[in-house]
Ligand binder design. Structure first.
Ligand SMILES: [Zn+2]
Length: 127
Protein backbone atom coordinates (compact mmCIF):
# COMPACT_ATOMS: atom_id res chain seq x y z
CA UNK A 1 0.00 0.00 0.00
CA UNK A 2 2.70 2.47 1.03
CA UNK A 3 4.48 1.86 -2.24
CA UNK A 4 1.39 2.62 -4.21
CA UNK A 5 0.92 5.80 -2.23
CA UNK A 6 4.54 6.85 -2.76
CA UNK A 7 4.23 6.22 -6.49
CA UNK A 8 1.06 8.25 -6.55
CA UNK A 9 2.69 11.14 -4.70
CA UNK A 10 5.70 11.05 -7.02
CA UNK A 11 3.33 11.26 -9.97
CA UNK A 12 1.47 14.21 -8.44
CA UNK A 13 4.78 16.02 -7.88
CA UNK A 14 6.04 15.27 -11.41
CA UNK A 15 2.75 16.46 -12.88
CA UNK A 16 2.88 19.69 -10.89
CA UNK A 17 6.43 20.19 -12.14
CA UNK A 18 5.03 20.44 -15.66
CA UNK A 19 3.29 23.60 -14.54
CA UNK A 20 6.13 25.89 -15.52
CA UNK A 21 6.44 24.51 -19.03
CA UNK A 22 2.70 24.53 -19.53
CA UNK A 23 2.21 28.03 -18.06
CA UNK A 24 4.71 29.31 -20.59
CA UNK A 25 3.00 27.45 -23.42
CA UNK A 26 -0.40 28.76 -22.34
CA UNK A 27 0.80 32.26 -21.40
CA UNK A 28 -0.68 31.77 -17.93
CA UNK A 29 -4.19 31.18 -19.17
CA UNK A 30 -6.50 28.22 -19.11
CA UNK A 31 -5.86 26.34 -22.35
CA UNK A 32 -9.57 25.66 -22.73
CA UNK A 33 -11.38 28.86 -21.74
CA UNK A 34 -8.66 31.51 -21.38
CA UNK A 35 -9.44 32.19 -17.72
CA UNK A 36 -6.49 33.26 -15.59
CA UNK A 37 -7.70 31.92 -12.25
CA UNK A 38 -6.58 28.84 -10.33
CA UNK A 39 -4.68 27.07 -13.08
CA UNK A 40 -3.57 23.50 -12.59
CA UNK A 41 -2.03 20.77 -14.71
CA UNK A 42 -4.32 17.97 -15.84
CA UNK A 43 -3.01 14.89 -17.59
CA UNK A 44 -4.98 13.62 -20.56
CA UNK A 45 -5.40 9.88 -21.15
CA UNK A 46 -3.65 7.68 -22.13
CA UNK A 47 -1.13 8.55 -19.42
CA UNK A 48 2.50 8.13 -20.42
CA UNK A 49 4.91 6.44 -18.05
CA UNK A 50 6.26 9.82 -16.99
CA UNK A 51 4.13 12.97 -17.03
CA UNK A 52 4.70 14.66 -20.37
CA UNK A 53 3.68 18.18 -21.46
CA UNK A 54 2.55 16.72 -24.79
CA UNK A 55 0.00 14.68 -22.87
CA UNK A 56 -1.15 17.34 -20.41
CA UNK A 57 -2.95 20.68 -20.35
CA UNK A 58 -3.04 23.55 -17.93
CA UNK A 59 -6.58 24.59 -17.12
CA UNK A 60 -8.71 26.49 -14.62
CA UNK A 61 -10.61 24.60 -11.94
CA UNK A 62 -13.84 24.76 -13.92
CA UNK A 63 -12.26 23.19 -17.00
CA UNK A 64 -10.40 20.65 -14.85
CA UNK A 65 -13.80 19.55 -13.53
CA UNK A 66 -15.17 19.37 -17.07
CA UNK A 67 -12.27 17.17 -18.12
CA UNK A 68 -12.95 14.86 -15.22
CA UNK A 69 -16.53 14.47 -16.37
CA UNK A 70 -18.53 17.09 -14.52
CA UNK A 71 -21.68 18.08 -16.35
CA UNK A 72 -22.39 21.67 -17.22
CA UNK A 73 -25.18 23.35 -19.09
CA UNK A 74 -24.05 22.88 -22.74
CA UNK A 75 -25.00 26.46 -23.64
CA UNK A 76 -22.27 27.74 -21.30
CA UNK A 77 -19.60 25.68 -23.04
CA UNK A 78 -19.60 27.37 -26.42
CA UNK A 79 -16.08 28.67 -25.86
CA UNK A 80 -15.12 25.14 -26.95
CA UNK A 81 -16.19 26.06 -30.49
CA UNK A 82 -13.09 28.22 -30.71
CA UNK A 83 -10.72 26.15 -28.63
CA UNK A 84 -11.38 23.13 -30.81
CA UNK A 85 -9.12 24.79 -33.38
CA UNK A 86 -6.20 24.95 -30.91
CA UNK A 87 -2.80 24.52 -32.50
CA UNK A 88 -1.48 22.48 -29.60
CA UNK A 89 -2.40 18.88 -30.36
CA UNK A 90 -3.20 17.77 -26.82
CA UNK A 91 -5.43 20.79 -26.22
CA UNK A 92 -7.30 20.03 -29.41
CA UNK A 93 -7.61 16.36 -28.47
CA UNK A 94 -9.06 17.19 -25.06
CA UNK A 95 -11.59 19.59 -26.58
CA UNK A 96 -12.63 17.26 -29.39
CA UNK A 97 -13.39 14.58 -26.80
CA UNK A 98 -15.58 17.01 -24.83
CA UNK A 99 -17.39 18.25 -27.93
CA UNK A 100 -17.94 14.71 -29.21
CA UNK A 101 -19.53 13.92 -25.86
CA UNK A 102 -21.91 16.86 -26.32
CA UNK A 103 -22.65 15.91 -29.92
CA UNK A 104 -23.52 12.41 -28.74
CA UNK A 105 -26.21 14.10 -26.64
CA UNK A 106 -27.47 15.83 -29.78
CA UNK A 107 -26.35 19.28 -28.74
CA UNK A 108 -26.83 21.32 -31.87
CA UNK A 109 -23.80 23.60 -31.83
CA UNK A 110 -21.53 20.68 -30.94
CA UNK A 111 -22.74 18.65 -33.91
CA UNK A 112 -22.24 21.63 -36.19
CA UNK A 113 -18.72 22.39 -35.03
CA UNK A 114 -17.70 18.77 -35.58
CA UNK A 115 -19.11 18.83 -39.10
CA UNK A 116 -16.89 21.75 -39.99
CA UNK A 117 -13.81 20.48 -38.19
CA UNK A 118 -10.68 19.38 -39.96
CA UNK A 119 -8.30 17.29 -37.87
CA UNK A 120 -4.75 16.51 -38.73
CA UNK A 121 -4.58 12.72 -39.23
CA UNK A 122 -2.02 12.47 -36.46
CA UNK A 123 -4.40 14.23 -34.08
CA UNK A 124 -7.41 12.24 -35.27
CA UNK A 125 -5.58 9.05 -34.38
CA UNK A 126 -5.09 10.21 -30.79
CA UNK A 127 -8.60 11.52 -30.13
ZN1 LIG B 1 -10.94 27.07 -18.17
Amino acid sequence: MARGRDAHQARVAATAALGRTLSRRARNRCELCNSKTSLAVVEIAPLPEEPDPEQAVIVCSRCAALLSGRREEPATLRFLEETIWAEIAIVQIAVVRLVRGLAAERIDWAERVLEGLYLDPEVEERV
